[in-house]
Ligand binder design. Structure first.
Ligand code: PEP
Ligand code: MG
Length: 565
């Protein structure tokens, strides 16, 4: 029977297709006649599977995923694991216990070694062992990696790494039980242009495997087992969206203005593949390069020369500025090889700029790579999680020091700017003081919202607090723009709110001259800003900052006709 539910819209677009439910229940091995033989056969099967997946990842250009899968194949076949399982079986353990305890012991041993490469293998042992158990239990491992037909995925949660590996050609959309609209999973879904709804409690129970599902990533609606009329009406919605997209395509590569001044719409990227998408979309450069993505899901950080090549490629791809954010590790983005302390509140802990003094070599290497690439284009270096003026000055001093050293060593540097990411409320309140030193600002509304509203961006149950349209957040954006204008500093927005149709014109009316958005949205935002009536946008902005709450902002601004047509 047809049922409709509502979660949080995380990536716009309508998807209609068969449902693939991923429950990730712990597999249980049943009765086995010859456990030692069954283990050996399961290991061989897993090694074949993993090597095949690794080859597929390499062919798709996902080198890091290929390396991880290859390493897991090796760990599944590790003689230490086999010996330990055999010993435990002899001592009378059942097969599942033998595998799981052996893997846990081996993993802990590797993690304790003073060797970064081997320590990183500790997670691979556990993953490999899970696959062996799955095989013995007859459960499909890695349902995500084995999709062959177009479908809509329903899962309790997806990791950022899993999301970035989804194939937009096969995954029509996804629904998760956890996550908020600005969680990194949502951010990645937008860059891949995969419609998504997050934070729908019990989604895996509500969904009906294999039956048709509809999701609308703008409204958060999810329809399970829709009837024909409902399918037809959502197909119309999808067609209307396609129309908007086609109309927006006319803005590809077009320069736009707002209130007579140049207005740019660059793209947010997380790696070389995103850079190509940004070029294809005709983006005005890059407004946020999330470089930590290059550092996650691998066993060691990329080297200076590897980074230089990546930054150089991005810079050479555009004549417009390329804003590269230095590492924002921490929060929900830990790097496996960094010995960061476990924290009760990682988002309020050692994250972004705060880890630079602790991992000074890592940061200085990134800075040198950026500076070496600076002659390849218009480089703007942006520092995340700035909370104080000292945060910025200290970091800028390190950049200047590395630049001096490189120049003395005869390296020819291009010009570059250094700016501040405004995402902590204190930075917004100190905007005028930061603007004395910074060469540009970019507002990260994702974190600015979570820190202003004290609402964890990963927690889907706090959706009513996590709306960047809240006047408390908008007022901080306005203050940032005001503080910046006193010192002639340009301000952009690079959080997800930049492409929110209600908020884009409001930001423009604040004096913000750049909105950096997921590549698939660049031209839609350009089309909207180009069509906005400046006076009406100003009125909307004044209403918005005076409103009582986010709903009122959305109602007020939504009811105004802002387009000059
Ligand atoms: C933000 O916080 O708004 C932002 C753009 O950065 P991230 O989402 O990577 O934290
Ligand atoms: Mg942020």
């Amino acid at each position: 029977m047809m049922k409709t539910f509502t979660g949080t819209g995380a990536s716009s677009g309508v998807a209609i297709g068969p449902t693939l439910v991923i429950t990730r229940e712990r597999a249980q091995i049943g009765e086995v006649e010859d456990p030692a033989l069954a283990f050996a056969e399961a290991v061989s099967g897993v090694v074949v599977d993993l090597n095949a997946l690794s080859t597929r990842a390499a062919e798709a250009g996902r080198e890091e995923a290929a390396a991880v899968l290859g390493a897991q194949a090796m760990m599944a076949d590790d003689p230490m694991l086999a010996d330990s399982v055999a010993e435990q079986l002899e001592a009378g353990a059942d097969l599942q216990t033998a595998i799981e305890t052996s893997a846990a012991t081996l993993s802990a041993m590797l993690a304790a070694l003073d060797d970064e490469y081997l320590a990183a293998r500790s997670a691979d042992v556990l993953e490999a062992a899970t696959r062996v158990v799955d095989k013995l239990a007859g459960v499909e491992s890695d349902a995500l990696g084995s999709i062959t037909e177009p479908c809509i995925i329903v899962a309790p949660t997806l990791t950022a790494a899993e999301t970035s590996q989804l194939d937009p050609g096969l995954v029509l959309g996804f629904v998760t039980e956890e996550g908020g609209a600005t969680s990194h999973v949502a951010v990645i879904a937008r860059s891949l242009d995969i419609p998504a709804v997050v934070g729908l409690a019990d989604a895996t129970t509500l969904a009906v495997a294999s039956s048709t599902m509809i999701l609308d990533g703008s409204t958060g609606e999810v329809v399970v087992a829709p009837n024909d009329d409902t399918i037809a009406s959502f197909e119309q919605r999808r067609a209307a969206e396609e129309q908007t997209r086609l109309a927006a395509d006319a803005f590809r590569g077009v320069s736009i203005t707002f209130d007579g001044a140049a207005f740019s719409v660059p793209a947010n990227v997380g790696g070389p593949e995103d850079v190509s998408r940004a070029v294809e979309a005709g983006a005005d450069g890059i407004g946020l390069y999330r470089t930590e993505v290059l550092f996650l899901d691998r066993d060691e950080p990329p080297s200076e020369s590897e980074q230089e090549a990546i930054y150089r490629e991005a810079l050479e791809s555009f004549t417009h500025p390329v804003v590269v954010r230095t590492l924002d590790i921490g929060g929900d983005k830990p790097a496996p090889y960094l010995d960061t302390p476990e924290e009760e509140n990682p988002f309020l802990g050692e994250r972004g700029v705060r880890i630079y003094p602790v991992f000074a070599d890592l940061f200085r290497t990134q800075v040198r790579a950026l500076l070496r690439a600076s002659n390849a284009g218009d480089l703007w270096i942006m520092i995340p999680m700035i909370a104080t003026v000292a945060d910025f000055l200290d970091t800028k001093a390190v950049i200047d020091e590395e630049a001096d050293k490189l120049r003395k060593a005869g390296v020819e540097l291009g010009s570059y700017r250094v700016g501040v990411m405004i995402e902590v409320p204190s930075a917004a309140l100190l905007a005028d003081r930061l603007a004395e030193h910074a060469e540009f600002f970019s507002i990260g509304t994702n974190d600015l919202t979570q820190y202003t509203m004290a609402a964890d961006r990963m927690n889907g149950r706090l959706a009513q607090y996590s709306d960047p349209a809240h006047p408390a957040v908008l007022e901080l954006c306005r203050l940032t723009a005001l503080g910046a204008s006193r010192h002639g500093v340009t301000v952009s927005v690079c959080g997800e709110a930049a492409s929110d149709p209600t908020l884009s014109p409001v930001f423009a009316a604040m004096g913000i001259t750049k909105l950096s958005v997921a590549a698939p949205r660049v031209n839609r935002v350009k089309a909207q800003i180009a069509a906005v009536d400046v006076d009406r946008a100003r009125r909307a902005m004044n209403h918005a900052v005076e409103a009582r709450d986010a709903d009122e902002v959305r109602r007020l601004v939504g009811s105004m006709d802002l387009l000059d047509m």
